[in-house]
Design a protein around this ligand. Sequence first.
Ligand SMILES: C[S@@+](CC[C@H](N)C(=O)[O-])C[C@H]1O[C@@H](n2cnc3c(N)ncnc32)[C@H](O)[C@@H]1O
Length: 199
Amino acid sequence: MRHFLIIAHKALTTGDFSLNDMPGSAGRMDILCRCINTSLFLSHDMRRDVQVHLVLLGDPDPGKIVRFDGETLRYLSPDERSSGSLIKKALQKTAGDMEVRSTPGVFIRRGGLDTLLSEFKKHGVNLIYLREDGDDIRTTDEPLDNVVFILGDHVGVTDEEEELITAAGAKLLSVGPLSLHSDHCITVLHNEIDRRTYT
Ligand SMILES: C[S@@+](CC[C@H](N)C(=O)[O-])C[C@H]1O[C@@H](n2cnc3c(N)ncnc32)[C@H](O)[C@@H]1O
């Protein structure tokens, strides 16, 4: 199983945003839509062994986790409006501590980075924090299966979040020397693991 965790500092946390203005009033929701697409889509198929966890920290109700589960996901098509609409439907649900399903394969609950880190640790999932100055993914000995890849958004990761991530025992890996968009990192990650897995 491959997990992707994206920390979205500005993403709106209610479902009343316009699909016509996801980069603006929805708090860079477009970034999350692209991350969902690159995490889950193959050409004419879907990666069923992938889960995406969006940690939404924007106004007006920060601290929500939206999860996309590749195995049971339905009604997602590759355009950004489609993933935006599934996030919007999830945010229209009342989020409590227990996860609720909004549409097939999409779930919402209350929680933050700390919630997910402790759950992944408890379930023995390897934590990898993506950062430009980490060890090169091409030469690392770290196992890249049963792993969660943790990425920031357009503003990166705060010092406080980095402390939580490193205290949880995450290894730092880099996908290359330049700073890439989060969704582009996901494409590279898939490619590196696919090469190890299928060739
Ligand atoms: C657009 S970048 C963040 C840029 C932000 N201005 C900053 O300085 O942190 C989004 C995320 O992608 C990941 N990232 C970008 N380039 C990377 C690279 N070369 N290797 C590993 N992770 C990378 C990091 O997790 C980063 O937080």
